[in-house]
Design a binder for this molecule. Structure first.
Ligand code: PRP
Ligand code: URA
Length: 209
């Protein structure tokens, strides 16, 4: 079974409180999501392999570490996943970015894919699927299905907030996928929103409603 990692660093938890607050305006919401994405990028890359190289300091020659040639790819789920991309690229600027467009029907809660564009070498990369919200899990599962159909098999999932129902659904559908979260909330409400959650992530990021 995969692992579920709650990124409980105090700075992440502090910023998440302001992200949740309904009084936080679009500009601040966007900046906070960006900052939390950077902090979570630090956690999700904790186990990237290192190579040893020789480096000359002004004082001596020494062996030192660099991130190995393993290639990363970020896969934001449109729209709301876009809000986390720049923050992650601050720490991993060489990552390539692919996009998957999914929209959830408000009545059935079923996702429909309307767009996909991946780096040509996506199947050789360690991919991180990014979406602020993991609610029923339908969108994340659809995105992972789409990636697997195209030969990608090194996949992680990173979300700000998840409902237990969404985590279980992803684990049932894709038991090998590790999930990184800033918070695991209580439940879903009858409209498929995470409680307490943060509301509609896409609307809050882009100022729509
Ligand atoms: C939201 C969110 C996730 C999805 C989560 O997107 O950003 O992609 O819902 O719900 P699920 O786990 O039940 O599938 P939405 O479909 O509202 O699209 P948007 O990002 O364009 O607003
Ligand atoms: N999508 C959102 O944006 N928010 C939720 O609470 C659930 C799905």
């Amino acid at each position: 079974m995969s692992k579920v990692v709650i990124c409980d660093h105090p700075l992440i938890q502090h910023k998440l409180t302001f992200i949740r607050n309904k009084e936080t305006n679009t500009k601040d919401f966007r900046e906070l999501v960006d900052e939390v994405a950077t902090l979570m990028a630090y956690e999700i890359t904790r186990d990237v392999p290192l190579d040893t190289i020789t480096v000359e300091t002004p004082v001596a020659t020494t062996e030192s570490k660099v991130v190995s040639g393993r290639m990363l790819g970020l896969i934001p789920i449109l729209r709301a996943g876009l809000g986390m991309v720049e923050g992650m690229l601050k720490l991993i600027p060489a990552a390539k970015v692919g996009h998957i467009g999914l929209v959830r029907d408000h009545e059935t809660l079923q996702p429909t894919e309307y767009y996909i564009n991946l780096p040509t070498d996506a199947a050789n990369r360690q991919l991180i699927v990014i979406d602020p919200m993991l609610a029923t899990g339908g969108s994340a599962i659809a995105a992972i299905n789409s990636l697997k159909k195209r030969g990608c098999d090194q996949i992680r999932l990173m979300c700000l907030i998840a409902a237990p129902e969404g985590v279980k659904a992803v684990q049932d559908a894709h038991p090998e996928i590790d999930i990184y979260l800033a918070a695991l909330d209580d439940a879903l409400n009858e409209k498929g929103y995470i409680v307490p959650g943060l509301g509609d992530a896409g609307d809050r990021l882009f100022g729509t409603n």
